[in-house]
Design a protein around this ligand. Structure first.
Ligand code: NDP
Length: 326
């Protein structure tokens, strides 16, 4: 089968399309024929070496498709089921293995491709808004990269929970998308100081929470945007990882809280995974949440997809269309 692999870490040019053997599912695993694979920032970190992987490595952790083979001891899934996962072993491929503990069924009425677009970034937005800092009515939240994959979903979920949202974006086009998703105000942080915008947004007090996926470039400004005893959620490295800092900073800036969460710890049990994915699918079906597929690429152009994502050229979800519907 065809797959996109890396043999060494580096830039997008390291991605190679290769023929590799079809994998055989082990105990508790299924194999799926992939219809669409999600492009996520984690794929670029693995490609670049920020998050180490064993080489050679088939990239991609998010996909949706159809079950084609079942391993020993698998219950509850059959060949032909439409499924999705945010923890696929090599999603940039025609087929891939997934442990059933990490597999969700795609409900009737939701396209397979939509499930691939929603799951990883949707469950991230869900845990951030519902668990890491459980937003309640009237809370104020600063959401960076608000027109991105996680960003557009996080803005919508924050609004569903009754929060007031200030989004940051890089361009006017992205500002329109963030507003359409429900952001109360939008700051073009490429032109304007977002900390000043956060102070204005809260009549000088500072926001209750910052959801910061940008990392290195926004960390200091995010800290300065918080109210006393506010919460800094640093959950990504789009501009590079946040450098080391002294905990005393948190005291000086207002007895702040800081957390650096990751999706795996918020989908650690099958029950939690199913509940999170289930609520997202229910919101989608009820028209309370929408997922924007901003761009699609064929498998062979995975490197182009990485360049677009890292070049700040994308909005919403970027998908690799692999199988049917190519
Ligand atoms: P996005 O669609 O948000 O794309 C990244 C966006 O970040 C860009 O479009 C750009 O938006 C903004 N950005 C700001 N500065 C830079 C820069 N120097 N280089 C590149 N982009 C920049 O990506 P995703 O939705 O896939 O992921 C968002 C973040 O969330 C990533 O950092 C990712 O690692 C993290 N993440 C974390 C998870 C977790 O559990 N911890 C799970 C999933 C994702 P603009 O032009 O508007 O500034």
């Amino acid at each position: 089968m065809q797959a996109i692999r890396i043999h060494e870490t580096g830039g997008p040019e390291k991605l190679r399309q290769e023929e590799i053997p079809l994998p055989t599912p082990g105990a508790g695993e299924v194999r799926i024929r992939i219809e669409a694979a999600g492009i996520n920032y984690i794929d670029t970190y693995q490609r670049a070496g920020l998050y180490p992987v064993t080489l050679p490595h088939t990239l991609g952790s998010e996909a949706a498709g159809v079950v084609t083979a079942i391993g020993a001891g698998v219950e509850g899934f059959r060949v032909g089921d439409r499924v999705a996962s945010a923890k696929v072993a090599g999603a940039y491929a025609a087929e891939a293995l997934v442990a059933t503990a990490q597999l969700v069924r795609v409900p009737d009425g939701i396209e397979t491709r939509t499930a691939a677009a929603l799951l990883l970034q949707g469950m991230t937005a869900h845990y951030l808004a519902c668990d890491t800092f459980p937003l309640k009515s009237g809370d104020t939240a600063l959401v960076h990269a608000a027109a991105g994959g996680v960003g557009l979903l996080l803005v919508q979920i924050a609004k569903l929970r009754g929060a007031r949202v200030l989004g940051t974006v890089g361009t006017e086009e992205k500002a329109k998308l963030a507003r359409a998703a429900g952001a109360d105000e939008v700051c073009l942080y490429t032109k304007e100081d977002f900390t000043a915008a956060a102070r204005r947004f809260t009549s000088g007090r500072g926001v209750d929470v910052v959801y910061d996926s940008v990392g290195k470039d926004t960390f200091a400004g995010s800290i300065d945007s918080l109210r006393p005893r506010g919460t800094m959620v640093t959950f990504g490295n789009s501009s590079g990882p946040v450098p080391a800092f002294a905990p005393l900073l948190l005291s000086q800036k207002g007895s702040l809280f800081i957390t650096r969460p990751t999706l795996g710890h918020y989908t650690a049990t099958p029950e939690e995974l199913q509940a999170r994915a289930g609520e997202l699918f229910a919101w989608l079906k009820a028209g309370k949440l929408s997922v924007r597929i901003g761009a699609t690429f064929p498998l062979a152009q995975a490197a182009e997809a990485h360049r677009a994502l890292e070049g700040r050229k994308t909005t919403g979800k970027v998908l690799l269309v692999v199988g049917e519907g190519k």
